[in-house]
Design a protein around this ligand. Structure first.
Ligand code: NAP
Length: 272
């Protein structure tokens, strides 16, 4: 009798996750490490948290290191990818996850609030995707590692399609991520590069603490979620891991909504 064990989904692959010291990025970096990838843990201010994530990833017997870089800074991004190529040899998976909110009613929103969110959430993904793509194209296909030349997973949001009063900068940035992702997917698929997005609904992380921290807040949040539970970072990490793996090799230019049904217009369950 032969016993077959399934190899880890991302064995031998090299991944970079931006904003990986907290929330969804942290869970994703750990999940990719558990799936066999060597991982670069990007952060911008939280060095201690990043070091802790590195330790957790190393416990799976793969390599990891933390890299401080502002994803909105072109030179820092290019240097981060150059460093990764010198450390790990290449990159197979980019998870463009870093993001933030600077909320304000429309007429109170400052230029600085608008610009910061667009810079980090949209331009940051553009800069990282461009740097990763250059390396994918330089290296080409390595069939023993993956069926495809490279994978990019853009962290979007249900607000790429759900308007969000009081958050025009954030919703605009995520709407931009949707069109950027689809355009890159169309342009890069002929080169064997798969670009997709994951759109989380409401996930318990520091970015939206006020929405779930108190019982009252959680109750009103749950009204927006047909599945009646607030998401956990691992819900997103699992989807990203699968999307980055060869199990999803024919998935190109798609958004995977991981939202407990938030995009199902729950108000229409009883209204309309
Ligand atoms: P989080 O816990 O606040 O994490 C945000 C991460 O982004 C942190 O690691 C932060 O690093 C990093 N970051 C911020 N500015 C950066 C910059 N300029 N350069 C590099 N890294 C930067 O929030 P989260 O919920 O995990 O959010 C992660 C992503 O998921 C975001 O794109 C967000 O829009 C998206 N998302 C979240 C939810 C949700 O419900 N939580 C829903 C939809 C979409 P530092 O700690 O070092 O600043």
């Amino acid at each position: 009798m032969t016993t077959e064990t399934t190899p880890p989904l991302l064995r031998g692959q090299k991944a970079l996750v931006t904003g990986a010291n907290s929330g969804i990025g942290k869970a994703t970096a750990i999940a990719l490490g558990r799936a066999g990838a060597d991982v670069v843990v990007n952060y911008v201010v939280g060095a201690e948290d990043a070091a802790d994530v590195v330790k957790q990833i190393e416990s799976f017997g793969v390599r990891a290191y933390a890299h401080e870089a502002d994803v909105a800074n072109e030179d820092q991004v290019d240097e981060m990818f150059a460093h990764m190529v010198s450390e790990f040899g290449t990159i197979d998976v980019l998870v463009a996850n870093a993001g933030l909110q600077r909320d304000a009613a429309f007429t109170d929103m400052t230029m600085a609030q608008w610009q910061k969110v667009i810079d980090v959430n949209l331009t940051g993904q553009f800069l990282c995707a461009r740097a990763a793509t250059k390396e994918f194209l330089r290296r080409g296909l390595v069939p023993e590692v993956s069926r495809c030349v490279g994978k990019i997973v853009c962290m979007s949001s249900v607000h790429q399609i759900i308007p969000w009063a009081g958050h025009v900068n954030y919703a605009s940035s995520k709407g931009g991520v949707l069109m950027m992702m689809q355009t890159l997917a169309q342009e890069l698929a002929p080169h064997g590069i798969r670009v997709n997005a994951v759109a989380p609904g409401a996930i318990k992380t520091p970015i939206n603490r006020s929405a779930w921290e108190t019982p009252d807040a959680e109750k009103s949040l749950l009204e927006l979620i047909p599945y009646r539970r607030v998401g956990e970072p691992d819900d997103i990490a699992n989807a990203v891991t699968l999307l980055a793996s060869d199990l999803m090799d024919y998935v190109v230019g798609t958004t995977v909504y991981v939202d407990g049904g938030m995009t199902l217009f729950p108000g229409f369950a009883t209204g309309g």
